[in-house]
Design a protein around this ligand. Structure first.
Ligand code: NDP
Length: 296
């Protein structure tokens, strides 16, 4: 039986880990706030580890799902850290939406000890994690991916090998930039249309039958903005972090990218204004506030 450790029981990590609490795997979980790991372990009859090292010890596959690569790198060292537990031949799979440069650095450190690394960020949101339909974008060695495939299959529907270590993280960041651009531009567009006398319901009916449609126009705005529900499923703080990575990837490769850079700036300012707990779709409130109009 494959022994798996899952570290990071946050909004998306928790539903992902649930799919690994099955007879096929021997699962242990760890979370910075131990109460969450204990509650999970009790509910699903798996082990709660006291430290990251304890979770990784004896595991074939160790999964991290933390806010950013900084927290993943920060978990490596020290007597309670991952390196103290990871064994030769095991694989660290980072499902964090992280950054390529840090992932390459982590992979190099692990390789010195005969430990594998895959970056494997996901898309599909909390809803997709709950019903195991996530898209998993994987960077790293193809043979290692084949070994980890049963784990990815447990919470993913589409598993794509994107390239070498860091490729998954680069692709995820650019996808997030597309999401952010759609939200912001649709917010500006619908506010302008409200002022021009076109209701958001009518505007979306047309846009969703036309070439400007996106997941934002088809799902996010009808379900979250027009209803004024603004549920908190994916923190703006995390999208801000993703956009910083996307802008950095473009700069690193010397790609002229005014739109990516501007989007990163707009969302950083929105994050500053709305705070740590705001959802990413709440940026629309800033556009509305500046224009003095609500999208209804
Ligand atoms: P959350 O903020 O809900 O959870 C973050 C997790 O990381 C918690 O378990 C938290 O522990 C832990 N953590 C935070 N800081 C540290 C630290 N310094 N050391 C150790 N553990 C730490 O984030 P999400 O679950 O929403 O996101 C996780 C990753 O998945 C992010 O990279 C995000 O961008 C990505 N993602 C999220 C999606 C979503 O819809 N939510 C969709 C796709 C990707 P504690 O419980 O103690 O706070």
């Amino acid at each position: 039986m494959t022994t798996v450790a899952f570290l990071g029981l946050g909004a998306i990590g928790t539903p992902m880990a649930r799919h690994l609490a099955v007879p096929e795997f021997s699962l242990s979980v760890w979370n910075r706030t131990p109460a969450k790991a204990k509650a999970f372990a009790t509910e699903f009859a798996v082990r709660a580890a006291a430290t990251a090292a304890e979770a990784a010890s004896g595991a074939d596959i160790v999964i991290t799902c933390l806010p950013s690569s900084r927290e993943v790198e920060g978990l490596l060292d020290g007597p309670d850290g991952l390196l103290a537990g990871l064994t030769k031949g095991s694989v660290l799979v980072d499902c964090t939406s992280g950054d390529p440069a840090t992932s390459r650095r982590i992979a190099a450190r692990l390789a010195e000890r005969g430990i594998g690394f895959l970056d494997a960020p996901v898309s599909g949101g909390v809803a997709g994690a709950e019903i195991a339909t996530l898209t998993v974008m994987v960077g790293g060695d193809a043979a290692m991916l084949a070994r980890v495939m049963p784990v990815f299959d447990a919470f993913g529907e589409k598993i794509v090998h994107c390239g070498p270590v860091g490729a998954g993280h680069a692709l995820k960041a650019i996808n997030q930039a597309m999401l952010a651009i759609h939200i912001w531009s649709l917010g500006e567009g619908l506010v302008a249309l409200e002022k021009a006398g076109v209701s958001a319901a009518v505007a979306l009916e047309v846009i969703n039958a036309s070439s400007g449609r996106s997941n934002s126009s088809q799902n996010l705005f009808p379900q979250r903005v027009l209803t004024r529900a603004f549920p908190r499923t994916f923190r703006l703080a995390l999208l801000d972090k993703d956009l910083g990575i996307a802008a950095q990837v473009a700069r690193e490769h010397k790609v002229p990218s005014p739109l990516l850079q501007l989007t990163a700036e707009l969302f950083a300012a929105a994050h500053h204004e709305l705070g740590e707990e705001a959802d990413h779709v709440e940026v629309v409130k800033i556009i509305e506030h500046q224009a003095g109009v609500e999208i209804t």
